[in-house]
Structure formats: C-alpha cells, structure tokens
Design a protein around this ligand. Structure first.
Ligand SMILES: [Zn+2]
Length: 78
C-alpha cells in the first residue's frame, strides 16, 4: 500500500525535514502541500517538547535513584 500524505495524496517521495529536526522523516507529497507544511512543524514542535519533558523526568529519576542509593549506602556504613 502506498504511503499517504496528511492531505491524503499518495506520497511519491519521502521528505526529510532535516532543518527542523535532523534524523526525523515525515511523509509528504511533493511539492510539500500547504496542509503538511502547516501540520508537520507543529508536530515536530510537540515531539521536541515532549522529548525535552521526558529527558527532564529521566534526569529527575536518576537524581532520586542516586539519592536513595546514597542514603542506603550511608546507612550501611553507620
Ligand atoms: Zn500533501
């Protein structure tokens, strides 16, 4: 089955939006239709924001794990 663009057109070519987000690829018809032009940057922004939040949470979890480990260690010592 052919891949379809956000506008419903069949995608002939994969368009990579390297400027907006390297490594990510989105399917869009060529030339990129106005609908995809509007929707894709919005999606990329959302992904970036969610990834930032995820990284922050992971950092927090790592910190908490370290703290716990640190207190366990202290307990063991005393
Ligand atoms: Zn399209």
């Amino acid at each position: 089955m052919a891949e379809k663009c956000l506008c419903g057109n069949v995608v002939i070519q994969q368009t990579s939006w390297t400027q907006a987000n390297p490594g990510r690829r989105f399917a869009a018809c060529e030339p990129v239709c106005s609908r995809a032009q509007v929707i894709i940057p919005g999606l990329l922004r959302r992904i970036n924001k969610l990834e930032e939040e995820k990284m922050e949470l992971e950092a927090k979890l790592a910190k908490n794990a370290l703290k716990k480990h640190g207190s366990c260690h202290l307990k063991e010592k005393s």
